[in-house]
Ligand binder design. Structure first.
Ligand SMILES: [Fe+2]
Length: 145
């Protein structure tokens, strides 16, 4: 087989995610209850990555997705209690939480209807982008005022 006809190398998103979504101290805000919850999110994501990587049964992966979904609710509630309400920025922040809850529950329902590794990969990319844009973006802006 010539080099030209060789298929392009597949990016292993699971492996890439494992490297990118890893907890480090720079994520800490200095608000203990938020920092503990951030660590919980990173731990659940690691369990998800490991479960897919080790080809665990679908119901185990569904259990992990349920935990992520639960997280979106209690974590949003914890943050929203800390906000000074009523500003436009905070309203936008709360809307992002609503979208986060909705998106994660859609992923969960889609997986339950059709368990598929590719869907989990999409979800990991989504979570990675959530961490990059929300956790180290507007969480810092609105919780460290
Ligand atoms: Fe937030």
């Amino acid at each position: 087989m010539s080099v030209r006809s060789r298929p392009p190398p597949q990016i292993d998103i699971i492996k890439v995610s494992m490297k990118c979504i890893r907890w480090n101290k720079s994520y800490e805000l200095g608000i203990p209850e938020i920092d503990i919850q951030y660590r919980i999110l990173f731990n659940i994501i690691k369990i998800l990555v490991d479960s897919v990587d080790q080809k665990r049964e679908e119901d185990i992966i569904e259990g992990v997705l349920t935990e992520i979904s639960r997280y979106t609710y209690y974590h949003s509630e914890t943050e929203e209690k800390l906000f000074e309400k009523g500003t436009l920025e905070i309203e936008e922040h709360i809307q992002e939480h609503e979208k986060f809850k909705e998106d994660i529950s859609k992923f969960k329902v889609m997986y339950e209807n059709q368990p598929d590794e590719e869907l989990v990969e999409m979800m990991l990319l989504y979570l990675q982008s959530w961490i990059e844009n929300h956790v180290i973006g507007i969480d810092r802006r609105d919780l460290l005022e």
